[in-house]
Design a binder for this molecule. Structure first.
Ligand code: ATP
Length: 602
């Protein structure tokens, strides 16, 4: 009886212990799962991928697409990335003009990597270090510009099934690969040398795996390797050939120089001849002459008598060159016989106002004088010709400054320059809002191609142009969709336009300056929005704020706070609801305060 009770108590204790242990492991499991759900990814893997994103160029916008965590809910929304068990296991980015040097040890932290596929790109430098990546099964790096030798450590990748290195510039000898798992191996079309190692794997591969490596020899190529004496003889022959080739190249070089010098001289004479036949601004003089106003030729309207140093006849005699074509006509640089130059915009689609209304509007715009607004010097109106003559602002537009020549060789546009440009634009726009306060939307065409940049010793100086155009169109807004305000939410929804519509356009320009992205550009897929402000909002809300920064300013860490503060202001300016956007005067004040704070901290 006693033993029975004792055994019952014992079995109860055992049952309870088991139950307790089951409950303990179950709870541990839940905690682990929750933890993984919260973390969702491994930061060191994200960091390794960001190294690729930030050091390479490609036709795919990796910078825009690779934001946030690479693995969410165990799947990846990043282009070319596959996840498994919350780890990055596959990087497949082939045929997208990926160019640059791969960071040397970036892959080491992606511990569970099974496959890398960078085929058909333009990658330079040494092959990546794959030490320790024991799960690697496929390495496809063919059709690139890799150079240097094949790392010896590759033979230690024991699970490797595919190694494709063909069509690169690899040199040196082939390491002794002999992994039983290796079922596909190709090093053809490189500059590999020496004897193919006599491992059982390499010896049974077909000739095509080694083709077109001029100094490779061994059984798979049906080519016996030369003895050391033959090698020395061959080396001597190579020296002689190299010497002859050098002599020939030198001769050719001298011939080319002589040819270029002669050609340049001839071209100089030709340019001088052509100067007189250059396109002359008077090409449209016949139009003006035929118009109803022909009798009034010479009646350019000037706003500042000091600037009235030329008349219509002078302008028609000026030599002119087209500097750009926009939505509302062609812009010329006209150089007068005095040597002074002006910018002349020949307006199209501006026939909706009566002559009186047009002149009234122009007389108001002509009063505007501000250091950040391009000055209107004069205008001309006839039934078939409408011209606006602006001061000439040389150098370039903000669009060109931000986006042209991206890639190798471009001088980065630093953060302090960007900040000063933002401030200049804000000052110009705030002034327009005060001066043209009765206008529905004072600028109405604010975009980076309408910000002209002039470089001085003190730095970049920005001026707004193409302002006031909404007032030159009829109230039916027939051609208003050619203006930048047509991208605003209120225009799209056909709601009331106000000064806040300009504020929206200003917010978009700020985002363009901070991110280096072209608004409305970029690729659209299920993960990215075409709209710059939507994309920035999503990334910033997910707490990956610095992902939005242009690569050219990303390294200026001390400026990150200011960059992100300005991003916040830009997002307020691009709020869907106009009434929630700040006034331009408030925006300018906040920018100035921020600039002051930066100066004090320095
Ligand atoms: N005052 C100026 N001084 C010097 N260059 C100018 C001036 N105004 C315009 N330009 C040049 O002419 C180009 C065309 O300007 P334009 O305003 O006609 O077209 P846009 O800005 O590209 O388009 P939109 O007509 O929609 O504003 C500009 O990109 C700039 O290079």
């Amino acid at each position: 009886m006693f033993y029975e009770v004792l055994s019952n108590i014992m079995s109860l204790i055992i049952d309870l212990t088991i139950l307790y242990m089951v409950l303990f492991f179950l709870s541990l499991n839940i905690v682990l799962c929750i933890d993984i759900e919260i973390n969702d990814f491994y930061p060191q893997e994200r960091y390794a991928l960001l190294l690729i994103r930030d050091s390479l160029n490609s036709s795919v916008d990796l910078h825009g697409n690779w934001t946030g965590p690479p693995c969410i809910n165990n799947i990846s929304r990043w282009f070319g990335i596959t996840c498994s068990n919350w780890h990055v296991v596959d990087i497949t980015i082939h045929g997208v003009n990926l160019s640059g040097y791969l960071p040397s040890t970036f892959l080491q932290n992606i511990t569970f990597l099974r496959r890398i596929d960078f085929r058909n790109n333009a990658l330079f430098g040494l092959l990546p270090n794959l030490t320790g990546l024991v799960f690697l099964e496929e390495v496809k790096l063919s059709f690139n510009h890799f150079s240097g030798s094949i790392p010896l450590e590759y033979v230690e990748l024991l699970g490797l099934e595919v190694l494709e290195l063909q069509e690169n510039y690899l040199d040196g000898e082939i390491p002794p690969f002999d992994q039983p798992s290796l079922r596909s191996f190709n090093v053809s079309y490189n500059h590999l040398v020496g004897k193919i190692p006599e491992t059982s794997l390499l010896q049974r591969l077909p000739k095509s795996a080694f083709d077109d490596n001029s100094e490779l020899c061994g059984k798979p190529l049906d080519m016996s390797c030369p003895s050391s004496m033959e090698k020395n003889k061959k080396k001597l022959q190579v020296w002689i050939i190299a010497l002859i080739a050098f002599g020939a190249a030198l001769f050719l070089f001298l011939m080319i120089i002589a040819f270029l010098v002669c050609k340049r001289k001839a071209k100089g004479n030709e340019t001088r001849r052509n100067d007189s036949t250059r396109y002359v601004f008077g090409a449209w003089a016949s139009n003006v002459g035929n118009s109803e106003d022909s009798g009034r030729l010479g009646q350019l309207e000037f706003f500042d008598k000091k600037l009235q140093v030329f008349d219509m006849d002078d302008l028609l005699r000026a030599s002119a060159e087209v500097v750009g074509r926009g939505e509302f006509g062609v812009t010329y640089k006209a150089t007068l016989e005095t040597g002074n130059a002006v910018a002349v915009k020949r307006l199209s689609y501006m026939n909706e106002l009566s002559k009186k209304e047009f002149i009234q509007q122009m007389q108001l715009l002509g009063q505007i004088k501000h250091e950040n607004v391009v000055e209107i010097i004069s205008f001309y109106h006839s039934e078939d010709q409408k011209l606006i003559i602006y001061e000439l602002v040389s150098d370039c537009t903000l669009f060109e400054l931000l986006h042209e020549g991206r890639g190798i060789g471009r001088i980065p546009l630093d953060w302090s320059t960007r900040l000063s440009i933002i401030k200049d634009i804000a000052k110009g726009l705030d002034f327009l809002h005060q001066f043209l306060s009765s206008h529905k939307v004072p600028h109405a065409n604010l975009k980076s191609s309408n910000v002209l940049i002039h470089q001085t010793n003190q730095g970049y100086h920005s001026k707004l142009t193409d302002y006031g155009f909404l007032s030159l169109l009829s109230s039916s807004n027939k051609n208003a969709e050619k203006l930048s305000i047509s991208k605003s939410p209120e225009f799209v929804k056909r709601k009331k336009l106000t000064h806040k519509t300009d504020v929206y356009c200003f917010g978009i320009i700020m985002l363009e300056i901070i991110t280096g992205k072209i608004p409305g550009g970029g690729e659209v897929d299920e993960t990215t929005s075409n709209d710059l402000s939507d994309w920035v909002r999503t990334v910033v809300n997910n707490d990956w704020s610095t992902d939005i920064l242009d690569l050219e300013i990303l390294s200026e860490r001390e400026g990150h706070d200011a960059m992100l503060n300005l991003t916040e202001i830009a997002l307020e300016c691009t709020d869907l609801m106009p009434e929630k956007r700040p006034k331009m005067s408030v925006v300018l004040k906040r920018i100035e305060e921020m600039e002051q704070m930066i100066k004090e901290n320095d």
